[in-house]
Design a protein around this ligand. Structure first.
Ligand code: CA
Length: 179
């Protein structure tokens, strides 16, 4: 048994970063509509690209093919291929010297994808998932529907807004379910 009880009890801080990235319900509905529209056209891989481009260009307003390739752990030629597809869809602009800039619509989509990722990750942390955290998040995010995501959003926010409930849950999870 590697995990101490202390280790397994979620702290309040672990759940708070979802709030930094929070969305109003209105924003969320816009996002859901958006996702429904995009789901017909965007493959899981394209979603991963848009999410990563958004992450990488959030601060400086752009990213580069090489940085994107590194972050996604793929070869630059595959990145170039997908980038061309995404720019045909008017989600990004592909500029000289491998510079990638997001279009307005791409930015909104990227933000929504990152939000979805963070929300699912926070939810899995609540369940005390550790080793498979990232892999599971990456799998679930592409298949989850609005209704489930909305339920998860409410639950994560409920725990965030009620630290005492959160504490009870963490102890219960730690004491009764050490695997
Ligand atoms: Ca992701």
């Amino acid at each position: 048994m590697n995990h101490t009880l202390f280790d397994r009890i979620l702290t309040y801080n672990e759940i708070t970063n979802i709030k930094d990235n929070s969305m109003s319900d209105q924003e969320f509905y816009t996002f859901s509509e958006y996702m429904r529209k995009e789901q017909e056209t965007l493959s899981p891989s394209a979603e991963d690209y848009m999410e990563m481009i958004y992450r990488l260009s959030k601060d400086q307003g752009f990213t580069r093919v090489n940085d994107l390739a590194g972050a996604l752990n793929v070869q630059p030629p595959s990145v170039t291929k997908m980038i061309q597809k995404l720019s045909e869809m008017k989600l990004i602009k592909y500029e000289k010297y491998g510079v990638i800039i997001m279009e307005q619509e791409g930015k909104a989509l990227g933000k929504a994808l990152l939000y979805r990722h963070n929300l699912i990750e926070e939810f899995l942390k609540l369940l005390n998932i550790k080793e498979g955290l990232l892999t599971e998040t990456e799998k679930i995010e592409h298949t989850i529907n609005d209704e489930t995501l909305l339920g998860i959003k409410a639950l994560v926010e409920f725990f965030h807004d009620n630290p005492n409930v959160m504490n009870n849950w963490s102890q219960y999870r730690g004491i009764n379910h050490i695997d």
